[in-house]
Design a protein around this ligand. Sequence first.
Ligand SMILES: Nc1nc2c(ncn2[C@@H]2O[C@H](COP(=O)(O)OP(=O)(O)OP(=O)(O)O)[C@@H](O)[C@H]2O)c(=O)[nH]1
Ligand SMILES: [Mg+2]
Length: 289
Amino acid sequence: MKKTGVISEVFPKMANVILDEDESKKILCTYRRGQIVDRDAEWRERSPVCPGDKVQIHSYGSRDGVIEELFPRTNFISRRAPGREGKIMHTIAANIDFVVITSSLHDPDFSPGLIDRFLIATTVSQIRPIIVINKMDLKVGEERPWKLYEDLGYRCIPVSSKERSGIEELRAALKGKTSVFCGHSGVGKTSLLSELFGEVVGRVGDISKSTGKGKHTTTVSKLITVGDGTRFIDTPGIKEFGLIGVDGKDLIQYFPEMYELQVKRESYDHLPRYESYLRIKAALDDEGR
Ligand SMILES: Nc1nc2c(ncn2[C@@H]2O[C@H](COP(=O)(O)OP(=O)(O)OP(=O)(O)O)[C@@H](O)[C@H]2O)c(=O)[nH]1
Ligand SMILES: [Mg+2]
């Protein structure tokens, strides 16, 4: 029988599809790459489908099926597939309303590098970002390291999944929308999603005592439906975000506060994101060579 649905999890050569007719039903589908990918695309997809993709399937019985067609994506967020040579990309999620760039205040410490890369990627793909700062219970004094993003006009929501603070504000911001939670390992994406969802979403891991980093507990992205049209996607923590579709020489345009000064021929090396800009530029220039 033909049915439509949304991809919730992707495994090698298989994917779970949540049915549009009944969100409580999941069908494990096989797929043939040749049938669903665009062979002429400049970048080859590491996997031809991703969470959030809308598909038509042919189901056999109530549990198995095959993906027959991938519907066009309204948007998607992709990065260079890590550890792979050449133009291979990893599409993190498709058809989304928000990228929730998840960070933590401490354990691991707030780090702007990955946030800046995600902000650039959301600009490229025209998806709204929200910056979430988790683990506010670890706050020391009046520290607000995310203030620079607030000053730039980005929406920032400080939360603590442990103390359940800020959860209602975040829930209200994401109501009725599809949001993908991304960030370093150990910042508390899965913990936070379990709070928002009201049920355990997946395994939660420790922070390594020696490195202060997470241990890559979530290994497969997962889309969950809340029932009121709200959808969340949990993703594995990432170490690096290789940008696609951004040229080193145009990079400054993605840092509007610096670009504005450059256009006016004023110096901008005193601005808070300058170091981050230089690092990303060096990485892009390196790739371009
Ligand atoms: N103090 C504090 N710890 C938290 C909070 N939220 C999560 N944690 C802890 O942070 C650790 C990592 O949490 P996870 O939810 O597994 O983090 P994650 O971002 O999903 O990590 P990956 O799946 O590896 O990407 C666990 O030990 C959690 O208990 C919080 O608000 N405050
Ligand atoms: Mg996780």
